[in-house]
Design a protein around this ligand. Structure first.
Ligand code: 13P
Ligand code: SF4
Length: 311
């Protein structure tokens, strides 16, 4: 039996669903019950009735799914699939940092641990960060973390002066403005789309800055025949599916390939999905108190997103 058939049989038998992020490999995106960005995946996890959620993504995403749906068994096919942003902000260091800002509210990017979320007023993703920040009065002092690039981009467009935690995404932050300029010169009619985790010098050159879903919508609706893409390569699969007649040029992370892969996202494979579903292994287990405390800011984010009809 082919691996994909074995996975299909098991998910039917066990009432399991597979949720996948757009940065997963194309074979995984194609077998998933749902593919989305981090906000859409959290929304899907919350409304799921499945007994098992296999999360084809990274650890903080699976933790969020578990907090939102504690009665489901949430499995992460490789428990080592982390995230440089989440790792940049250990809860104890963040707690120490916050002692300097006792009158500040905390907005945390969803790319952080569940423990850090318990110290947060509202969570946000790159789809709703502007609306979340603007839900606070203009004079409210705010600490934003862990992504300093997203934080400084929001400061710029909202006219705020949020205090930023010094974390970055190792996949987006290394994309170089010089490389982008080279690609723009070689492809003068191609707009540049960028994820807000990129460095400010790259974002300044972008025609569109947005979340993974926002980038996909922009690319689909654009009249341009070529688009330069500053984010993770996995997104190309859906872009090409949505617009087979367009050419997408990924900004490479180095000279050795025309790709830019997140090493954590790419730890998930079809084989690992099969094995964790078969053995019901690699379960995400969260302390009840952590679930309770991290759910408050996650649910605030979902309420604000609903109000602004952001999916
Ligand atoms: P999205 O919220 O756009 O899915 O981004 C998640 C992420 O990890 C980007 O690197
Ligand atoms: Fe984390 Fe960056 Fe990978 Fe997204 S792309 S999961 S932010 S390391």
């Amino acid at each position: 039996m082919k691996l994909v058939d074995k996975i299909n049989q098991l998910r039917k038998e066990k009432n399991a669903i597979i949720l996948a992020h757009f940065y997963q490999t194309s074979d995984i995106q194609d077998i998933a019950d749902f593919v989305g960005d981090s906000l859409a995946l959290a929304q899907k996890a919350k409304e799921s009735n499945a007994a098992i959620i296999v999360f084809a993504g990274v650890h903080f995403m699976a933790e969020t799914a578990k907090a939102l749906n504690p009665n489901s068994k949430v499995l992460l096919p490789d428990l080592e699939a982390g995230c440089s942003l989440a790792e940049s902000a250990p809860a104890d260091k963040f707690k120490e940092f916050m002692k300097n800002y006792p009158d500040h509210k905390v907005i945390s990017y969803i790319n952080c641990t569940a423990e850090l979320k318990t110290m947060t007023d509202v969570v946000c993703t790159s789809s709703n960060a502007v609306q979340i920040v603007n839900s606070f009065p203009k004079d409210q002092k705010i600490v934003f973390g862990p992504d300093k690039n997203l934080g400084s981009y929001i400061n710029k467009i909202s006219g705020r002066d949020m205090v930023l935690w010094n974390g970055t995404c190792e996949v987006h932050d290394i994309l170089e403005a010089e490389k982008v300029v080279e690609l723009k010169i070689a492809n003068p009619d191609a707009p540049l789309v960028a994820h807000p985790e990129c460095a400010p010098q790259v974002l300044e050159l972008a025609d569109y800055v947005g979340s993974t879903s926002g980038i996909l919508t922009y690319a689909q609706n654009s009249d341009a025949k070529k688009i330069i893409v500053a984010t993770e390569s996995g997104i190309l699969h859906q872009m090409q599916k949505n617009s087979p007649d367009k050419q997408f040029i990924i900004v490479p992370s180095d000279e050795t390939c025309s790709c830019n892969d997140c090493p954590y996202m790419k730890m998930i494979t079809m084989e690992k999905i099969y094995h964790c579903l078969l053995n019901e292994s690699n379960e995400i287990l969260l302390d009840e108190e952590i679930i309770k405390q991290s759910l408050l800011p996650i649910n605030r984010m979902l309420e604000i997103s609903k109000k602004h009809k952001i999916i």
